[in-house]
Design a protein around this ligand. Structure first.
Ligand SMILES: [Zn+2]
Length: 263
């Protein structure tokens, strides 16, 4: 599903869903299937153990399954061996459902530090569009936040454990399709970028997105924001964990990049 799209020329966007699978993930899969939209699911290992058939269905229907760790600990608070164990246990649980071992990691809360970057052994998939769906369980608001902050090459964060998020998706998909977007998995979005272990990615890097589009930099400057280059986060500086703004990303909602505190 859209796996052959070239996001250096096409107007691509990647929907990602964290913290599942949950009891409502199947309804989201039904929506994505009927709209022929691929997405990326960053699955928790302990949830994969509870819902192995849902993980298999995600993969079988053309979605990408990434690793959101075993049980959603803040990796930036852990020792190097504990970081590796959280990631390995998540990957093991996902692979145990019968699908390929994930190649991408989304750290809970987007929290990484030098220890995590050095020892994780995977690229980190962050996000550039955050509707704060865990905080505002309102489908209309989620839709509006995603659609209004969409831009080519961006990664959208949501959570498939919230009914209101799933309720928002038909409208999100319809509006973004009307704007000419092609939905792709994260790996398709990043094809040709050459993801590096220990690096954080918030978008397809600026200058590598669809033709005829305002470059990320000039778009931001025209809005009067100061912003460092997007995409690969190569700065050695420490990314704050649950507060502050990581280098290379300006959260669109004006708040810290937040992943939902787990239920
Ligand atoms: Zn999460």
């Amino acid at each position: 599903m859209n796996a052959d799209v070239d996001c250096s020329t096409a107007k691509c966007i990647a929907l990602t869903f964290d913290d599942g699978p949950g009891p409502d993930t199947g309804r989201l899969l039904d929506i994505l299937q009927s709209e022929n939209v691929p997405a990326t699911f960053f699955v928790l290992g302990d949830q994969a153990e509870k819902y192995p058939a849902t993980v298999r269905r995600e993969y079988a229907e053309g979605h990408e399954v990434g690793n959101h760790t075993w049980d959603h600990k803040d990796l930036s608070t852990l020792s190097a061996p504990a970081v590796q164990e959280e990631i390995k246990r998540g990957a093991d649980a996902i692979a145990a459902t019968g699908i390929p071992r994930p190649t991408l990691v989304r750290p809970p809360y987007g929290a990484v530090n030098d220890t995590v970057r050095t020892y994780a052994g995977y690229p980190f998939v962050m996000w550039r569009v955050d509707p704060l769906d865990w905080k505002y369980p309102n489908a209309a608001r989620v839709t509006d936040q995603i659609v209004s902050h969409a831009a080519p090459g961006r990664i959208v964060l949501s959570h498939d454990i919230h009914k209101t998020t799933i309720d928002a998706m038909p409208s999100v998909i319809q509006q973004l399709k009307q704007q000419g977007y092609t939905f792709v998995t994260v790996s398709t979005l990043m094809k040709g970028v050459g993801l590096q272990n220990g690096q954080s990615y918030f978008t397809r890097p600026a200058g590598m997105t669809g033709m005829g589009v305002v470059p990320e930099q000039s778009r931001s400057q025209s809005q009067g924001q100061s912003q460092s280059p997007e995409g690969s986060q190569s700065s050695p500086s420490t990314i704050p964990s649950t507060s502050g703004t990581p280098t290379g990303s300006t959260p669109p909602t004006g708040s810290a990049p937040t992943d939902r505190p787990r239920h």
